[in-house]
Design a protein around this ligand. Structure first.
Ligand code: ADP
Length: 473
């Protein structure tokens, strides 16, 4: 009994440390907006890199032709082909192929990684167009979705700043990733040019905007997390005299690296960070995204098992890093069977903890709930931070998007494109995020803010940007 109480105390202490009152979330919102300003003011001015993308126009539906995209940045990579007829009403389903990235390639050499993706691209083209066409005169154009921090020199080229999300290929850092892909494609006889080098958030914004012109920002919550948004060129102070055709530019925030003392950090987060491939980096990402949530749960359960005997006397797999994936965690969290069958199954099959009583299963579910709720609510604060920066959070002040009419003020409809397995696949996460948006913004304002799932945004949007920026347009 005393031991059970200790396990409960671990949970209570954890829950307390993860607390995300609206007050605290608003502090995170403000901190995000402040850091955005700082990152735009000077190079290195903030942990938010606020990277220029050189995307100064977004697709509008008149794009025509066949374009490819290659999406590299997380658990899988995807190759796709998009045929555009110049009619926005009909975004045809693209041909897509998705392959897992072998774990060993994430920490090998650039050559091995690019060889694999260029070979897959070649196979994909042969399958879709027939071998005879591979060497045809017409050069194909490709959008390369590369979802790591890149310092872009132009819309189609950029240097890798650092790896995230479990990738660590040292010989690639500081190199132009488009050029690397271009060279490997040439070596393999693939006649294709990189027309756009695109962050996955930027691809998602492009598709979001193609579908709905009120789309001003895009957020990804999958293996990692990041966001981008449309900024006024004159607000990008660190790049004086930036000339763009539209007066705006998409800024890739790299918000995974956001940090603020207002974030509710626990000792489990500190330990996870210390054990990661990139300590002291990507602090926000490590509290929010799918690469880490399952492991936070594992760490709390491990602590419970050390403090008590609730998981029995046998040595379990609880001390194996990353053994509990975020998908396992979601499955336990969303187990709606009365006796929590799925929790039993995962504890037994994955963690080798058999025969756990119902009250302990409930404790496990509660740990999952605390971790997911905190993650989703912090992600919501980040989104509101962006809205605040661009004057779409309804807070008044100098808000370009707000038109006063009498005592009432009209708030412009604002759409945020959102994609990533955690948001699209994990219902509880999505519900917590949406709920927090309303709590932070209030009912009136949040009624004008739409989070819109933009399926396959990273890939399709990248092909759209290739069309928009291709040399033939
Ligand atoms: P990417 O790897 O490019 O970010 P996704 O956006 O599809 O690709 O995200 C994949 C990640 O999302 C995986 O790490 C996976 O664990 C997580 N994920 C996918 N579906 C779910 C789900 N239903 N519940 C929890 N996590 C999920």
């Amino acid at each position: 009994q005393r031991r059970w109480r200790r396990a409960v105390a671990v949970l209570e202490e954890f829950e307390e440390a993860c607390s995300t009152s609206v007050l605290r979330l608003r502090q995170v919102v403000d901190a995000m907006a402040v850091e955005m300003h700082a990152g735009l003011a000077s190079e290195g001015g903030s942990k938010l890199k606020m990277l220029l993308t050189y995307v100064d126009k977004l697709p509008n539906g008149s794009e025509k032709g066949t374009y490819y995209a290659l999406d590299l940045g997380g658990t899988n990579f995807r190759v796709l082909r998009l045929q555009l007829v110049g009619d926005r009403s009909a975004i045809p389903d693209p041909d897509v192929e998705r392959k897992p990235i072998p774990q060993n390639l994430k920490t090998s050499t650039g050559e091995e990684l690019f060889d694999l993706i260029a070979s897959s691209l070649k196979e994909f083209i042969e399958k879709n167009e027939g071998v005879h066409e591979l060497s045809a005169v017409k050069r194909r154009e490709l959008g390369f979705t590369f979802s790591f921090p890149v310092k872009q020199m132009s819309v189609s080229s950029g240097i890798l700043i650092k790896w995230t999300k479990g990738f660590a290929i040292e010989d690639m850092v500081g190199r132009d990733v488009s050029e690397c892909l271009q060279q490997t494609m040439s070596k393999k006889g693939v006649n294709m040019g990189v027309a756009a080098l695109v962050n996955d958030t930027v691809g998602t914004l492009a598709l979001g905007h193609y579908d709905d012109e009120d789309t001003v920002a895009a957020v990804i919550i999958g293996t990692g997390t990041n966001a981008c948004y449309l900024e006024r060129a004159d607000a990008i102070i660190k790049c004086q005299g930036l000339l763009t055709t539209s007066g705006g530019m998409v800024v890739n925030m790299e918000w995974g690296n956001f940090w603020s003392s207002h974030l509710p950090r626990t000792s489990y987060d500190t330990d996870l960070d210390a054990d990661s491939l990139n300590p002291n980096d990507q602090g926000f990402e490590k509290m929010i995204s799918a690469m880490y949530l399952g492991d936070i749960v594992r760490r709390v359960l491990l602590r419970m098992s050390q403090e008590s005997d609730i998981f029995g006397p046998v040595a379990s797999k609880l001390s194996v890093p990353s053994i509990l994936s975020t998908e396992h965690m979601a499955a336990m969290h969303e187990d709606d069977s009365p006796d929590l069958k799925e929790v039993v199954r995962i504890l037994n099959d994955v963690l080798e903890i058999p025969g756990v009583p119902l009250k302990v299963r409930k404790l496990v579910v509660k740990v999952c709930d605390v971790v997911t709720r905190r993650a989703a609510r912090l992600a919501a604060s980040g989104i509101v931070g962006i809205l605040k920066k661009i004057g779409r959070d309804g807070s008044g002040g100098i808000t370009s998007g707000r038109i006063k009419s009498g005592s009432h003020s009209k708030i412009r409809r604002t759409v945020v494109a959102i994609e990533g397995g955690l948001y699209t696949g994990y219902l509880m996460f999505r519900e917590y995020l949406n709920e927090a948006m309303t709590e932070i913004l209030g009912e009136d304002v949040s009624a004008h803010v739409i989070l819109r799932i933009t399926k396959d945004g990273p890939g399709i949007g990248s092909a759209l940007l290739a069309a928009l920026y291709s040399s033939s347009n």
